[in-house]
Write a protein of this length. Structure first.
Length: 153
């Protein structure tokens, strides 16, 4: 779990857009992972299993804090301490950040896992508990929407 913590934190910050909400989600996901570790049937899927728990926790945190957060309040400075800063640098391009935040949740999940967390198609499908074909379709749709958004700017 300790090895996954940096990756989980990076994903949570990208998903919820707030350092404090991300820390809450990561802490809760790690806690729930430890408590439910006996339920994990295949230990080789630990990372995708914990990622799925984290995504659910991120969604819960966003529901708890329903108020609309301004785009300027989204800070990715917290990612500077994480070894892999390429995701933060890629997302920090303002038009891309704005376009990604406007994506529907199911499409944003796929893009964050595939391109900013480095998950394979199979890992993404397993993390989201979706068939791979659905992940491919959502990825195509999200990329198409991002292209349209960025082409307009």
């Amino acid at each position: 779990m300790e090895l996954l913590k940096a990756r989980l934190y990076r994903l949570a910050v990208l998903y919820v857009g707030s350092e404090s909400l991300a820390m809450e989600a990561v802490d809760e996901a790690i806690y729930r992972g430890f408590v439910s570790l006996k339920k994990l049937r295949q230990p080789e899927f630990l990372e995708t299993w914990v990622t799925r728990i984290l995504l659910n926790e991120c969604k819960k945190e966003l529901r708890r804090n329903r108020r609309k957060r301004p785009l300027d309040a989204i800070s990715l400075d917290a990612l500077a301490d994480v070894p892999d800063e390429s995701a933060a640098a890629a997302l920090d391009a303002l038009p891309l950040k704005e376009a990604l935040l406007r994506l529907p949740g199911e499409l944003k999940d796929v893009i964050l896992l595939r391109y900013f967390s480095g998950f394979t198609l199979a890992q993404t499908a397993q993390s989201l508990d979706l068939p791979q074909g659905t992940v491919v379709t959502r990825q195509r749709r999200a990329l198409r929407l991002l292209r349209l958004e960025l082409a307009d700017e």
